[in-house]
Design a binder for this molecule. Structure first.
Ligand code: SIN
Length: 178
């Protein structure tokens, strides 16, 4: 079984895998548009976590994991539980840097149809919301900083994630200009 992760699954897979490869999927962009009431926020003060939005010309880089067949059912049960706050499983072809197809992988996407979807906001606004949110899995800030760190470590560019991160760091440094 193959899983493609583009958010917390990159930096905190939480399952045992036998292979991991950088790769990308086509037609999707990573955005902090999903509300989190169960991990990085609470009802009334949701955090913001990443989902994918459909964008025909876009690509989204992430990590492709292969899971042993004997582990598949258990891992899927755990991931379904972890991603239950609005995410659905999609199947997408994943490509490597030479555009060679690596695998058809499961991807968890929170579509605009789910009740916790927050949708677009400016990156400055997203940063402010992130700084105010804490949930059972920890501060929303940690989610953003860990994702930024993991994307940089893998040499994946993502102007949206890096802009949110930069606004957060500016706010933490006391800069209140929008
Ligand atoms: C993912 O990481 O692939 C899904 C979104 C998340 O759990 O952060």
């Amino acid at each position: 079984m193959w899983i493609f992760g583009y958010g917390s699954i990159i930096w905190k897979p939480g399952f045992v895998f036998v292979e991991r490869h950088p790769g990308f999927i086509r037609g999707w962009s990573r955005r902090f548009y999903q509300g989190s009431l169960d991990h990085r926020g609470v009802p009334g003060r949701p955090g913001r976590v990443v989902t994918l939005i459909e964008q025909p010309q876009a690509v989204c880089w992430g990590m492709l994991f292969r899971i042993e067949g004997s582990e598949a059912e258990r891992v899927l049960g755990e991931l379904d539980q972890r991603e239950q706050g609005g995410y659905e499983r999609f199947v997408e072809p994943v490509f490597d840097h030479r555009e060679v197809a690596l695998a058809e992988a499961l991807v968890y996407v929170a579509t605009p149809a789910n009740p916790h979807y927050l949708g677009a906001a400016s990156e400055a606004e997203i940063a402010r919301q992130v700084l105010e949110a804490v949930g059972p899995s920890g501060p929303n800030l940690e989610y953003v900083l860990e994702l930024g760190r993991a994307l940089r470590a893998a040499e994946f560019d993502d102007p949206h994630v890096f802009a949110v991160e930069a606004h957060i760091l500016a706010l933490l440094a006391g800069d209140t200009t929008p």
